[in-house]
Design a protein around this ligand. Structure first.
Ligand code: FES
Ligand code: FES
Length: 201
């Protein structure tokens, strides 16, 4: 219990007791207790974060999920919401370079962090190697899983520059695709690995 809440209860308790035992006094002297600014329930918190290289300062409710901050407040709808329960991987982003399902994190937990979404992958007008791979190998059909799938692929290639098919399938096991059967996705990631090796990117 914080000091402000304790103080509020200390103020409240004798007043309530007094009102119960002396109903006339309640009518004559209504007790009005004002919560101090600090004791009021917090409805929003200001956070500062960097998304795709851009600094943002935002007031958010403590219960807001990071995926909703990205999509609904910052307008970065490339990060998809599939299940909201940490199962599908459509909402996968990079937080300080590590892949993470953004429906599993509150926005307030991203205070001070550096985030990359699918919108931040291309640079200087050129696709990221993983985007090239998905383009060249047609690694998608409806595209709903694709942003999250590409982020997981980036994380894999950071750790393993030349993964085999099984290693790729293991790395993307947290990302579900209802369309492709995964075959072209695996080829897309192998294509990206080759591009990265050739270009040193
Ligand atoms: Fe986050 Fe499905 S929306 S894992
Ligand atoms: Fe449709 Fe993967 S391309 S869910």
């Amino acid at each position: 219990m914080n000091d402000h809440l304790r103080r509020y209860i200390e103020l409240q308790a004798p007043a309530t007791c007094c009102l119960l035992s002396h109903p006339k006094q309640r009518l004559a002297q209504p007790t009005v207790l004002e919560l101090t600014e600090e004791a009021r329930p917090m409805t929003t918190k200001n956070i500062n974060l960097t998304v795709n290289g851009n600094a943002h300062s935002v007031d958010v409710e403590p219960r807001l999920l990071l995926v909703h901050l990205l999509r609904d407040i910052l307008g970065l709808t490339g990060t998809h919401l599939g299940c909201d329960t940490s199962s599908c991987g459509a909402c996968t982003i990079l937080v300080n370079g590590k892949s993470l399902k953004s429906c599993t994190m509150f926005a307030v937990q991203a205070d001070g962090e550096e985030i990359t979404t699918v919108e931040g992958l291309a640079s200087d007008g050129k696709y990221h190697a993983v985007q090239q791979g998905f383009w060249e190998e047609h690694g998608l059909q409806c595209g709903y899983c694709t942003p999250g799938m590409m982020i997981s692929a980036i994380q894999l290639l950071e750790r393993n520059s030349d993964p085999d098919d099984q290693q790729i399938r293991t790395a993307i096991r947290g990302n579900l695709c209802r369309c492709t059967g995964y075959h072209n996705i695996v080829n897309a990631i192998k294509f990206a690995a080759k591009v990265k090796q050739e270009t040193g990117a």
